[in-house]
Design a protein around this ligand. Structure first.
Ligand SMILES: NC(=O)c1ccc[n+]([C@@H]2O[C@H](COP(=O)([O-])OP(=O)(O)OC[C@H]3O[C@@H](n4cnc5c(N)ncnc54)[C@H](OP(=O)(O)O)[C@@H]3O)[C@@H](O)[C@H]2O)c1
Length: 295
């Protein structure tokens, strides 16, 4: 019997790369970046589907520029809402399993406890609205699907908070970080493993939440990045991390003040436990250390 085939879209992004890196041995995964398959181009989607002939599709492509989206809702919608709708329709037609990724930004951050998958979305900005539309389209597509909401994603070599803080600490020796937005970091690698488990778990259907374990502020996260980077030699001397309120760091798009996801349903469906966020951070920084040739 030939191995299952999987198609990964958005394969040059943090999650897309991690999905290719940790694809299960039982299948053959092929990744396409925006350059090789623009998901807003229906003919490109059809072409790669014909070429790969997959049983499973992971859609890691997204318009993730949260602030830029405020001025460009058409582009955000095209990638985050319309493309998943088309993808869902194609997967339904062809009997393929679709794993689609969404975000904690579908919530307004006013909840007093972690958000369960059934909580009502109420996005605060254009990005969150576009991602919510994408979720809805996949849920209604008729394809076998899992929609995975996640938060604060980071991986080695990506464009993310961990590497931005590391760069600022190195370049400026001091970083100001908001201490009143609470969420859960998620390593791209751990998220990719969950995506594959859900891809191969055809009975699991609907919305799933995934992050690493723990609820912290961006300031707490920056302090941990500082301490671990120093210990690993990624930072040559101590830097100053200054806590600030959100008001002191105005952004075009409003962010949820609290966006912790309750992942217990996903854990029980997959028989998995969440990893403590700090352990996952240490692993990522070690990978970064290798990338930078510091080992
Ligand atoms: N990053 C986070 O903190 C975070 C938090 C919650 C949820 N998420 C969700 O997690 C998923 C993965 O995010 P990520 O962190 O891996 O983001 P990422 O690193 O920004 O990757 C997204 C990828 O999608 C690609 N892309 C954009 N437009 C495309 C198009 N028209 N066709 C094909 N590819 C396109 C991007 O290519 P270009 O670089 O060329 O634009 C990029 O490589 C997304 O669904 C995101 O919404 C992320």
């Amino acid at each position: 019997m030939s191995a299952q085939r999987a198609l990964v879209l958005g394969a040059a992004g943090q999650l897309g790369r991690a999905c290719i890196d940790c694809a299960p041995d039982t299948l053959v995964a092929q990744g396409f970046s925006r350059a090789t398959c623009d998901v807003t181009d229906d003919s490109a989607l059809l072409r790669v589907m014909d070429e790969v002939d997959p049983q499973v599709v992971i859609n890691a492509a997204a318009y993730t520029a949260v602030d830029a989206a405020e001025d460009d809702p058409e582009s955000a919608d095209a990638v985050n809402a319309n493309a998943p709708a088309m993808l869902g329709a194609l997967c339904a037609q062809r009997g393929l399993r679709l794993v689609h990724i969404s975000t904690d930004f579908v919530f307004d951050g006013r909840a007093p406890r972690p958000y369960v998958p059934g909580a009502n979305p109420a996005p605060l900005g254009v990005y969150g609205v576009s991602k919510w539309r994408g979720e809805e389209a996949v849920l209604a597509s008729g394809a076998s699907h899992a929609v995975v909401r996640t938060s604060w994603v980071y991986g080695p070599g990506g464009s993310n908070f961990v590497l931005t803080v590391l760069r600022l600490m190195r370049e400026q020796g001091t970083v100001r970080v908001v201490n009143d937005q609470i969420g859960s970091p998620t390593s791209a690698r751990g998220l990719a493993e969950i995506c594959w488990l859900l891809a191969l778990h055809g009975d699991a259907s609907g919305v799933f939440h995934w992050s690493d374990a723990g609820a912290i502020s961006w300031y707490d996260f920056a302090c941990a990045i500082h301490d671990e980077a120093l210990a690993l030699g990624l930072l040559s001397s101590p830097a100053t991390i200054e806590p600030i309120p959100t008001d002191a760091f105005p952004t075009k798009a409003q962010r949820p003040a609290y966006s912790v996801l309750d992942c217990s349903d996903t854990c029980s469906t997959l028989g998995m436990a969440q990893r403590p966020w700090r352990d996952a951070l240490c692993d990522m920084l070690r990978s970064q250390q290798q990338l930078e040739g510091k080992v």
